[in-house]
Design a protein around this ligand. Structure first.
Ligand code: TUI
Length: 314
């Protein structure tokens, strides 16, 4: 049994959070992950507060266990979403792609656990001072919007810089990754890509199959400093590279990405859509229930840690 302070902090059985992936992390996936004893998370993405409220109520109809909501600071609805999680008494929120500092007093007053994703030591220190409950240190192996430091290098630096619990993310898909994260000083992991391939995840089957088919070199990073996005290579990424060669402006590059994540996740357009996935895609082998993903990660991590214990003692 792997229990850490994260299990007590969030009232969960296993120290695993499901990534808050826009369009992918719906009520169905979040409820299945929470039912399995990890923390399921609904991603607000760019949805309206009304839409997210319906998702929160759906999760509550599917599970009595704790769950979270992920709010990206890029959302045009960020103020309304923060009000919504307070009104709905959501137990946990994670944030991404920015600094949630100005919302913290209101969230803490409402008793919400706040766990921002950070990609740098500087922001980790600032948010610890501002009073967040824990941090997700996300390496550039992750899918979607990423920073510039790898998980292996970032996690121990953030662990050394703060006294609050640190959760590792980026490149983790199995029990070996969980064991490694614990070795780096993290108290748990956030996993995105593997949960896309959960049976309960409503993402299009072509999206899931693209992840399963991916090999070690099949992701690429598009964007420009401050706006890097990791996706599976396809015709969209080749069009993007062509625009870069022609010296396109940031505005033209952004234009190419508009609505492309939805096209991939909802319509299954894995050719011209934005198939966000982490480097761990190559570790994902099949579509299976969220409970089996959680159980196999935990039991594999237990085996790895036992084996490593024997290496030291034997
Ligand atoms: O947020 C993510 N991953 C995402 S969001 C997303 S939707 C989107 N699509 C296209 C463009 C932009 C967004 C897809 N994937 N992960 C969490 C994360 N946060 N990764 C990196 C960061 C981050 C970066 C800078 C967090 C804070 C930060 O701080 C900047 C500052 O204000 O200091």
């Amino acid at each position: 049994m792997i229990k850490t302070v994260l299990c007590d902090l969030l009232s969960i059985d296993y120290p695993i959070l499901q990534g808050g992936m826009a369009w992918v992390a719906t009520a169905e996936l979040a409820a299945a992950v929470s039912e399995a004893g990890a923390l399921g998370i609904i991603a607000a993405g760019s949805a309206s507060p009304e839409t997210v409220q319906a998702e929160i109520r759906k999760v509550r109809s599917l599970t009595k266990r704790p769950f979270g909501v992920n709010i990206g600071l890029f959302s045009p609805h960020v103020d309304g979403l923060m009000e919504l999680v307070v009104a709905e008494r959501v137990p946990v929120i994670t944030t991404g792609a920015g600094n949630p500092g100005k919302y913290l007093p209101r969230l803490k007053e409402a008793g919400i656990k706040v766990i921002p994703v950070v990609a740098s030591v500087a922001l980790a220190k600032r948010l610890e001072r501002a009073g967040v409950d824990a941090l997700i240190a996300e390496g550039m192996e992750s899918g979607g919007h990423i920073g510039e430091i790898t998980t292996m290098a970032l996690v121990p630096q953030i662990v050394d810089a703060v006294s609050i619990p640190v959760i590792a993310a980026g490149g983790i898909a199995d029990g070996r990754g969980l064991a490694a994260a614990l070795a780096l000083g993290a108290v748990g992991v956030q996993i995105g890509t593997r949960f896309i391939c959960a049976s309960e995840c409503t993402a299009h089957t072509r999206y899931k199959n693209a992840i399963i088919a991916a090999g070690d070199r099949d992701t690429t990073v598009t964007g420009y400093p401050g706006h890097y996005v990791r996706v599976l290579r396809n015709k969209l990424t080749r069009q993007y590279e062509e625009l870069i060669r022609r010296g396109a402006t940031e505005e033209e590059l952004n234009q190419l990405g508009v609505n492309k994540l939805r096209a991939a996740v909802v319509d299954g357009d894995v050719i011209y859509g934005s198939v966000m996935a982490g480097q761990s895609a190559a570790l994902v082998k099949k579509i299976e229930p969220a409970a089996e993903i959680v159980c196999s990660i935990v039991s594999e991590a237990e085996e790895v840690l036992k084996r490593l214990g024997a290496v030291v003692n034997g």
